[in-house]
Design a protein around this ligand. Structure first.
Ligand code: HEM
Length: 293
């Protein structure tokens, strides 16, 4: 029986909402987390718990740490502490709104809502730049092996670690680039998604090629575009059995290995960065035994 939150392994939905919460000062979140465990199914709602909530509950989750900002390349990334993250998945904005209200109510004794990001699937699963996103994601058993903790004991197995970054695209700047330069920035051809062997070392897929790391650095990406007014970007979401693979990729993207920065930074930038631990499921409930609950 699968004991992870099933929404992690499921395909990206048509619509989603990401809710971010901070702690209310001076409140122990244990009781609220226990109530939340009953309210979250792991499929329509995937829940992640951030270090602030774990600390406030008086526990430690091995491997959960603050989002890194400085890999020594001179490019500092935003790290935004967040206590609770909820990825609501669906295909109807009305249903998502009511689900959000239900979650916000359930956690309100200990958590306050900081931000809501409405996200959507663009076309067949493209980033707003038009490039297919998710092509090289591991599938089936490999997806599970990359994203879900195993062999770490009863209370951690089935859990997952998720890295989340909101990226804001400068679409005007992107559109001003010659089509060839755009393809070279990504390392794939937009027209047919073919990987370009001759792309420069700064190409995103060359920076992040999962098999090129030692050890190999596989993650399960479940990113979705977001839009607000006339702005837009990508809410980057990567699940891993630890944060190690994600950090290895990010380190290379910012140029900390060889001084070459990922060409994506030429037209997009992250404005947030948070890490969460996504508890396993036990029956129909979140399993919070690792938090002593
Ligand atoms: C705005 C930000 C980003 C955009 C628009 C973006 C877009 C893309 C696109 C279009 C691809 C090629 C198709 C695919 O295999 O999915 C790709 C691949 C990939 N991206 Fe990103 N990405 C972004 C940020 C990141 C970040 C922050 C990481 C990790 C630190 C990352 C990790 C990867 C990985 C691992 C691959 C597959 C590489 C391979 O093994 O071939 N991406 N991304």
């Amino acid at each position: 029986m699968e004991n992870c939150q099933l929404g992690i392994l499921a395909p990206v939905p048509k619509l989603a909402r990401y809710l971010n919460f901070s702690m209310k000062a001076g409140i122990n979140p244990r009781k609220t987390l226990m109530d939340l465990a009953e309210a979250v199914d792991g499929e329509q709602a995937v829940m992640g718990i951030g270090q602030p909530a774990v600390v406030a509950a008086g526990r430690v989750i091995e491997g959960l740490r603050p989002f890194p900002t400085n890999f020594g390349s001179g490019l500092i990334l935003p790290s935004t502490s967040s206590a609770l993250w909820c990825w609501l998945r669906g295909d109807d904005r009305g249903v998502l709104l009511h689900h959000s209200r239900q979650i916000v109510d359930a956690v309100s004794p200990a958590f306050q809502l900081d931000s809501v990001i409405d996200a959507f699937k663009f076309d067949t699963g493209r980033d707003l730049t038009g490039y297919e996103d998710g092509t090289e994601n591991p599938k089936g058993k490999k997806a599970r092996a990359a994203a879900i903790v195993g062999g770490k004991g009863q209370t951690l197995d089935g859990s997952s670690f998720v890295a989340v970054q909101k990226w804001v695209h400068d679409l005007k700047k992107f559109e001003a680039m010659a089509p060839k330069n755009r393809d070279h920035a990504v390392g794939r051809r937009r027209s047919d998604n073919k990987e370009l062997a001759g792309a420069p070392a700064s190409a995103h897929v060359k920076r992040t090629a999962q098999e090129s790391f030692s050890p190999e650095a596989f993650v399960l990406r479940r990113s979705m575009p977001w839009a607000h007014g006339t702005s837009g970007g990508l809410n980057f979401v990567a699940f891993g059995k630890s944060f190690d693979a994600f950090e290895a990729q990010l380190k290379r993207m910012v140029g900390a290995e060889d001084g070459i920065t990922d060409a994506l930074f030429g037209f997009t930038r992250p404005v947030s960065g948070s890490y969460f631990w996504c508890p396993p499921m036990r029956g129909k409930k979140l399993d919070l035994r690792a938090l002593g609950l």
